[in-house]
Design a protein around this ligand. Structure first.
Ligand code: URA
Length: 243
C-alpha cells in the first residue's frame, strides 16, 4: 500500500516522522536510485527500493509464481470471512504475499496459478488477451448435437452470449459423460452456467490447462514453482515484456 515517504522511513525505525522529513530535505533518500528531496511523495514500499544514506530500508519483493492443483473444498480467495479453508492453506511454506490468478469455485478442482506479480495477474485476467482455459466437466447424460453446437457457438447467459468455445466429448458411458471445453472468457461460474443453459448439470469440474500450462506431474493438493521459460511464455501471452 502506498504511504508518504517520511512515514515509510519513520516506520522503518530509522527516525521520527519529523527527523525523516529533514533526512528527505537533506537529499539523503533515494527511491529506485533517484534522490527525492520533496516531502509528500507517496510510494508503495513493496514495489520500490528505498535507500537512506545508501542503505536499503525497503525493497520490492521478488516475484514468485506457483502452479497449484487445487482440490475441491478450498475457496480461492486469499482470505475467507467465513473461515473456510483457502488455497493459501495449501502453500504454507510460501512467505511472499501471493494471490490466485482468477478463481475456481470451491467445488471446482484443478489448475490455479498464484503469484505476487500484480501486473502479470491483471493482464492474464484481462479479456483482451483471450487466455485459454480448458476444463473437463462430468455430466450425467450424453450431449445432444444441438447442445454441443450451442456450447461451441455461444450460449445465452444472463450476462450475455458466450464467445465460441472448443468442445469435445471425451467419454460417454451410461451415467457418465466427460466433456472437455476450452474457453477464453472468465466469467463467474461460466462453465457450470453454460452447461446449465443447455440442460445439463455439471457434477464435477476440473481445470486441466491455463494459458498453455497443464497439471502434468502435479498431484491433487500439490504445487510447483513455474520455470523461467513458463514465466516468459505467460508474459508473452499477456502482451507484456518481462521487467
Ligand atoms: N467455470 C465454473 O463454472 N467454475 C469454475 O470454477 C471455473 C469456471
Amino acid at each position: 500500500m502506498e504511504a508518504r515517504l517520511q512515514k515509510i522511513i519513520s516506520q522503518a525505525g530509522i527516525a521520527s516522522r519529523r527527523a525523516a522529513e529533514s533526512i528527505i530535505l537533506e537529499g539523503r533518500v533515494e527511491v529506485d536510485g533517484q534522490v527525492i528531496r520533496e516531502l509528500g511523495g507517496k510510494y508503495d514500499p513493496e514495489l520500490v527500493e528505498i535507500r537512506v544514506d545508501g542503505k536499503i530500508i525497503s525493497a520490492p519483493e521478488a516475484h514468485v509464481y506457483y502452479l497449484l492443483n487445487k482440490p475441491k473444498g478450498y475457496v480461492s480467495t486469499a482470505s475467507d470471512e467465513r473461515g473456510r479453508r483457502t488455497v493459501l492453506d495449501l502453500l504454507p511454506e510460501i512467505k511472499e504475499r501471493i494471490y490466485p490468478i482468477g478463481r475456481l469455485d470451491m467445488n471446482t478442482e484443478g489448475l490455479l496459478l498464484l503469484t505476487n506479480d500484480g501486473e502479470l495477474m491483471n493482464a492474464l485476467l484481462h479479456p483482451r488477451y483471450e487466455v485459454q482455459k480448458t476444463y473437463v466437466a462430468r455430466i450425467a447424460t450424453g450431449l445432444s448435437e444441438a447442445a454441443l453446437r450451442a456450447l461451441r457457438e455461444g450460449v445465452k447467459l444472463e450476462d450475455g452470449l458466450t464467445a465460441p468455445a472448443r468442445v469435445s466429448v471425451l467419454e460417454t458411458a451410461p451415467g457418465r459423460t466427460r466433456v472437455e471445453i476450452t474457453i477464453h472468457e472468465g466469467r463467474n461460474r461460466q462453465v457450470r452456467r453454460m452447461f446449465k443453459a443447455v440442460g445439463h448439470e455439471v457434477l464435477a469440474l476440473k481445470r486441466t490447462a491455463f494459458a498453455g500450462l497443464s497439471l502434468e506431474g502435479v498431484r491433487r493438493g500439490e504445487h510447483r514453482a513455474l520455470t523461467e521459460e513458463e514465466i516468459r511464455s505467460l508474459y508473452e501471452k499477456a502482451g507484456r515484456q518481462q521487467g
